[in-house]
Design a protein around this ligand. Structure first.
Ligand SMILES: [Zn+2]
Ligand SMILES: [Zn+2]
Length: 159
């Protein structure tokens, strides 16, 4: 969604509310993101507040099981048409008054997304030898029966 910022910057007290959803095209988010919030000019300071939320399914980092993930976070930024000398992450330089809100929120979300999702905190993952899900079976792969595998394992542990 695009927001026209010019009337907001030019009028103290102006406020534009929004409520919509969008699909981030990449970044591994597999569901539409629901957004609600406002851009508001308070005493000449233009603040963007956006509540974002989505739920999707991602593979467990250890065992690949499809795992529900839910994300919910509020982002607040101060928008400014001129670069401030202070280096502050809360300030967003607006280069185009036809403002692309989705692009900003997509970046916000990707920075906050947990890099690893586990189906449960103590997920045992997949056996590196036979691929069995060790949450479900004890495959007993500790000692390989094939002597060639044993040699290989020795080589690997030496390196
Ligand atoms: Zn898992
Ligand atoms: Zn195994």
């Amino acid at each position: 969604m695009f927001i026209e910022l010019e009337p907001i910057f030019n009028n103290i007290g102006a406020k534009k509310e929004f409520s919509y959803s969008f699909s981030p095209e990449d970044g591994g988010i597999e569901a539409p993101v629901n957004v609600s919030g406002a851009v508001e000019n308070r005493a000449g300071v233009v603040t963007l507040t956006a509540n974002t939320a989505f739920q999707d399914m991602v593979a467990c980092d250890r065992c690949l099981k499809p795992t529900p993930r839910s994300f919910q976070k509020q982002f607040t930024h101060i928008l400014t048409p001129t670069l401030n000398s202070e280096d502050n992450d809360d300030f967003i330089l607006v280069e185009d008054m036809h403002f692309d809100l989705n692009a900003l929120l997509r970046e916000d979300i990707l920075l906050e997304l947990p890099t690893k999702v586990l189906c449960k905190v103590d997920c045992k993952g997949l056996c590196p030898m036979c691929g069995a899900n060790r949450n479900e079976t004890a495959c007993g792969c500790k000692k390989p029966v094939d002597p060639r595998l044993a040699v290989l394992q020795e080589l690997l542990s030496d390196s």
